[in-house]
Design a protein around this ligand. Structure first.
Ligand code: EPS
Length: 355
């Protein structure tokens, strides 16, 4: 069965939820692995005071028994501690009593760069909050939890995935400067996967191409505006003789301009992908906008936000890449039980004599 992932949850609603389907039975999971990644996602210089409110921890409601998957849907929950300040404003049912707490007044000042304007137009909302709550990057928390599960599956066949920021982008001075100017910054992250055998993904259709799937997954993360596989855009300026990774007699390569993927298939080299994050759209020095209630020119919404979240993106992107690799590995090796999945991988790498 193919892996599947569905998530739900608003930024200030009661909780974030993910359902992971198609996992083999018997995969060992440790709550600490998931919580450690949730913590990494909350860290990083330039994050919002919201991160002092939240203490992200995973709860598992189904699909796991005594630390091993049952081969049934795995239900993951991360609660929003901040919801206690929004119980009236974000109540799922019509609330009783007088409005109290946050989120009680409609937001009508859309922020350029966020979901606010396009979201209310598309869905017919008159409160921008109805669009921004789900568009918020808050729900990446539960995707990171699913990413940790994917990493656990990949580890059984020797694949490791790690995301990091591209160094110059987290310079504290740059973030401090932006904060002082009441502005925001973006940045670039890189994810590398080692131990990926040749043969994940396929050239057969566009939906099977591993590079297409990785790009789709990374572009699906809030604030990501660009994705590169291997040397990406720089390859366009090279000659063919410079760009391609020559094949040695042992079938490995001395260079990796392709980022470990050729024709949509992993080629056995390290997978290298990058994602570019735009500067976050909530500015303390607001941009020009329109008041949707009056139609008059106005300044965009100002509310608590991050100055930079690029270190968080590195963890989210790591989870997204791990998820896609796990999907491709599950498609290739199958297995209702984890032992079947591992055995199919072993038989395959023996057949192709990959080491
Ligand atoms: C976000 C706005 C901020 C961020 C949030 C993403 O939330 P708040 O408005 O509650 O301060 O902190 O990210 C998270 C809460 C998180 O855990 O990553 C947005 O508009 O995207």
């Amino acid at each position: 069965m193919t892996l599947s992932l569905t998530s739900a949850g608003e930024s200030h609603g009661p909780a974030l939820v993910a359902i992971v389907g198609g996992l083999p039975a018997g995969l060992e999971l440790d709550r600490d692995w998931i919580d450690a990644d949730l913590k990494r996602r909350q860290e990083g210089y330039g994050r919002s005071p919201r991160q002092q409110i939240e203490q992200d921890r995973v709860e598992v409601l189904a699909g796991l028994r005594q630390g091993r998957t049952l081969g049934t849907p795995l239900a993951l929950v991360v609660r929003n501690v901040d919801h206690k300040n929004w119980t009236w404003g974000m109540a799922p049912w019509p609330p009783e009593g007088e409005p109290t707490g946050k989120g009680t007044k409609a937001v009508t000042l859309p922020r350029p760069g966020h979901a606010d304007l396009a979201g209310v137009l598309k869905y017919g909302h008159d409160d921008v909050r109805n669009a921004l709550e789900r568009a918020s990057a808050r729900h990446t928390a539960v995707h990171v939890a699913a990413g940790t599960v994917a990493k656990a599956l990949l580890r059984t066949i020797g694949i490791e995935v790690r995301g990091a920021t591209v160094a110059e982008d987290v310079l504290q001075a740059r973030i401090d400067e932006a904060r002082a100017a009441r502005d925001t910054v973006g940045g670039v992250v890189e994810v590398r996967a080692t131990g990926v055998p040749p043969g994940l993904g396929s050239y057969a259709t566009k939906d099977d191409r591993l590079d297409a799937r990785l790009a789709f997954a990374l572009m699906g993360i809030q604030a990501v505006k660009g994705v590169e596989i291997g040397d990406g855009f720089a390859l366009a300026g090279l000659l063919g003789s410079e760009a391609h990774d020559e094949i040695r007699t042992d079938r490995r390569r001395d260079t990796n301009h392709a980022g470990g993927i050729e024709a949509g298939i992993s080629n056995g080299e390290e997978i290298v992908v990058r994602a570019a994050m735009k500067p976050l759209p909530t500015l303390m020095k607001p941009l020009r906008s329109v008041d949707l209630e009056t139609g008059e020119a106005a300044q965009a919404l100002v509310e608590r936000s991050d100055v930079a979240a690029v270190e968080a993106l590195a963890v989210v992107a790591e989870g997204a890449v791990a998820w896609e690799l796990a999907c491709a590995a599950k498609d290739k090796f199958g297995g209702d039980a984890i032992a079947d999945f591992v055995a199919a991988h072993r038989a395959y790498v023996e057949r192709i004599q990959w080491r």
